[in-house]
Design a protein. Structure first.
Length: 129
């Protein structure tokens, strides 16, 4: 039985949306503007957005299906490490508490939907008794 492949653009869009949601939630939790401070929002988003897009571009070059769990772990790791490194390199900083929160929330977001997808695929493959 052949498993349906998700379109690459959909996988990338889901991850981009979830990274954006992570950044918006972070700004809201610190009472920083979201739509009232678009430059501030973009400054918060760009390091993680750049990292997640780099992860997907790299996967596209080597033809890896990033909706699957193991490649998703790589996408998550590149997003966290790359996003934090870009923040640090541009003077935005990355306190230990932020590193922990970013790692955990992005794991929940970027791996969570892949886990649900894997479960759904496994359930669909089971033969009906």
């Amino acid at each position: 039985m052949t498993e349906n492949r998700m379109p690459v653009a959909l996988v990338v869009a889901i991850d981009v949306i979830l990274v954006t949601v992570f950044c918006v939630i972070g700004r809201l939790s610190h009472a920083e503007g979201v739509f009232s401070d678009v430059p501030g929002l973009l400054n918060t988003i760009w390091p993680f957005l750049t990292a997640v897009l780099f992860a997907h571009l790299s996967a596209l070059v080597v033809r890896v299906r990033t909706e699957r769990m193991l490649p998703g772990i790589v996408v998550w790791a590149v997003t966290v490490i790359g996003g934090l490194a870009l923040r640090e390199a541009t003077g935005q900083g990355a306190a230990l508490a932020f590193i922990v929160v970013a790692t955990l929330i992005l794991a929940l977001f970027l791996l969570g939907w892949r886990g649900v997808l894997a479960i759904m695929r496994r359930v669909r493959r089971r033969p009906v008794a």
